[in-house]
Design a protein around this ligand. Structure first.
Ligand SMILES: Cc1cc2nc3c(=O)[nH]c(=O)nc-3n(C[C@H](O)[C@H](O)[C@H](O)COP(=O)(O)OP(=O)(O)OC[C@H]3O[C@@H](n4cnc5c(N)ncnc54)[C@H](O)[C@@H]3O)c2cc1C
Length: 543
């Protein structure tokens, strides 16, 4: 029976970052992963398409990790162990059906000029909104960076109250609830500005007509200007390897092919986990599960081990829209129609604009394949040329507007969806639609495809069981399941009703993405000094 201080279930970014922080604090850590490789939704592959091409099968872009508290603490160790971030001044743009486009760069002046190009005055509007956002950026980023149901969350609220006053705080919060549509249309005149910003809300799991989507769009837009679109040289695997090395160097262990089937509870505390092989791994201090609430309460714990209300709440946890990935190896460099900046831009959204995003989200939510989806065309080679042989190119395509569950029909009335399950025929037929549309903008796309690999929602779930139904964000991010309410109101945050058992990962606050927020928060909670020591540290003259 192996024995550790902390056992992590799953090896996604939250477990790896949390494990590295605990290991550095002297904890004996074990990470157990059911798949045959570490990293969860960070999966770099050199044999997906053609020789010489390095693909990010799932996540590709690291602004969240590069801006995270975990990176802030671990950067030196990670760099020593091979991680290097590359970046670009052209993080994103949108291209519209008529071939026109708009860009968001890392320069405030550049963005002012770009937005003014589409409508005089929009540049000043951007500068104003950016400065307003930055004046309270500590509060906005704080909401996404602290344990909201804790003393930390309370301190953040008090800080906001002291700075803004009661009415100011009410206004700040009320504005935070606005939709992306209301925010972009009230702030900018041009359709291009709306179409530049609206697709970003998809990357937070929301749609442009959802509550809080205005706040999320602002956070992303400002973060992109401040931080660009970093990627690790050689792929996300270098981050996974570096984090694993930090854990191993401190004496910890990471095991693949280790499916945890049960958390063992004794006297109301999680004391160990049992693997499908029958082996038991004990945890002296904590079991930290990076799984979905449905797996935690429906498989890993027995019904009688948790309060009925929490169990019922977990059962009601909802999954959101599904995603699809299309990986393309091109034999040539892309020839984009229109602006010469397009081939140099990390992430290009192909969209008819704000209403187009709204329509596609609505179609997906009604169970339909969207007629005109928002195409996220990622170009990793624009930031890291090592990803493809010279003169060749990769397009990383992400589609975030697909039905959760069975497909009921095609909004365009062209594809026969059969019984609505993701067969190979349905998957490829939908991918064909996307490639034809993208081919209208990248004129040499279709003729230069060396190989394309498509992952349907079903394929995505098969590769990472936390992505239930192909929901790439591991749980709907609608407001009633987000922020204060994530993963669910009966057990918000990360501590659970079982002593020593913590739930982390994309299903928990601060939600999906590579920010490692939940792993960081739990590691900090577990290693915080005892209360008397913390109180002493606050005395005047003490640091
Ligand atoms: C297609 C796609 C593209 C994305 N693109 C980006 C991007 O570019 N930038 C970004 O910031 N975010 C992106 N995201 C989101 C981000 O990648 C995820 O939110 C994040 O990686 C999730 O990390 P996690 O810690 O929750 O765990 P995950 O990465 O989901 O890993 C969980 C791991 O736990 C394992 N596991 C589950 N149950 C058990 C068990 N019982 N026993 C053992 N192991 C178990 C699973 O096998 C899995 O490996 C993307 C996500 C997807 C799917």
């Amino acid at each position: 029976m192996a024995e550790y201080d902390a056992v992590f279930i799953g090896s996604g970014i939250n477990s790896l970052a949390g494990g590295a922080l605990l290991a550095k604090a002297g904890w004996n850590v074990c990470v157990l992963e059911r798949n045959d490789c570490l990293g969860g939704a960070i999966k770099t592959s050199t044999d997906l398409t053609a020789p010489g091409f390095t693909h990010e099968v799932f996540s590709s872009w690291h602004p969240l990790f590069a801006g995270s508290a975990a990176y802030g603490e671990l950067a030196d160790d990670l760099h020593r162990n091979g991680l290097e971030y590359l970046n670009t001044e052209l993080p994103t743009g949108s291209v519209f059906p008529d071939g026109s486009s708009a860009f968001l760069t890392t320069s405030l002046e550049g963005n002012v000029a770009e937005l003014d190009r589409h409508a005089a005055g929009d540049g000043a509007a951007w500068e104003r909104q950016f400065n307003e956002f930055m004046a309270n950026a500590d509060l906005s980023f704080g909401v996404l960076g602290v344990e909201l149901w804790s003393g930390q969350g309370l301190s953040l609220g008090i800080k906001a109250y002291r700075r803004l006053g009661a009415r100011g705080l009410l206004e700040f919060t009320g504005r935070g609830l606005a939709t992306c549509r209301d925010w972009v249309t009230a702030t900018f005149h041009s359709d291009q500005a709306h179409g530049l910003l609206a697709p970003w809300v998809l990357h937070t799991g929301l749609g442009p007509d959802n509550a809080v989507s205005g706040f999320m769009t602002q956070v992303i837009a400002c973060a992109v200007q401040l931080g660009g679109m970093p990627v690790p040289r050689g792929g996300g695997v270098t981050l996974v390897d570096a984090l694993a090395t930090v854990i191993r160097s401190a004496g910890g262990e990471l095991r693949t092919g280790a499916d945890v089937e049960r958390i063992l509870v004794s006297g109301g505390r999680a004391t160990a986990v049992r693997l499908s092989s029958g082996e038991t791994v004990t945890a002296g201090q904590a079991v930290i599960a990076s799984v979905t609430p449905t797996q935690l309460y429906g498989r890993l714990l027995a019904e009688w081990e948790v309060p009925r209300a929490a169990w019922e709440s977990a059962r009601r946890f909802r999954y959101g829209r599904a995603g699809m990935q299309i990986h393309i190896a091109m034999d040539e460099l892309p020839q984009w129609r229109g602006d010469e900046r397009l081939p140099r831009t990390a992430i290009v959204h192909l969209t008819p604009g704000l209403d187009g995003v709204s329509r596609a989200v609505n179609e997906a939510e009604r169970g339909l394949l969207p007629a005109e989806a928002t195409i996220v065309a990622g170009q990793p080679c624009a930031v890291d040329p090592s990803r493809a042989p010279e003169g060749k190119w990769i397009v990383w395509i992400q589609l975030q507007e697909l039905p959760a569950g069975r497909v009921r029909g095609d909004a365009a009335g062209q594809i026969d969806v059969g019984d609505g399950t993701w067969t190979e025929t349905l998957r490829e037929a939908y991918a064909d639609r996307i490639i034809v549309r993208l081919g209208q903008q990248i004129t040499n796309l279709e003729r230069s495809i060396l190989k394309r690999v498509v992952l349907s929602p079903a394929d995505i779930e098969a590769l990472d069981c936390n992505l239930v139904g192909g929901d790439i964000y591991a749980g709907s991010c609608a407001l009633d399941q987000n922020l204060l309410w994530r993963p669910f109101p009966r057990s918000p945050g990360h501590a659970t009703a079982v002593g020593g058992l913590y739930l982390i990962g994309a299903s928990t606050h601060p939600g999906p993405g590579l920010g490692a927020g939940s792993g960081y928060l739990v590691a900090k909670e577990l290693t915080k000094p005892p209360l008397p020591k913390r109180l002493l540290a606050r005395l005047p003259g003490r640091r």
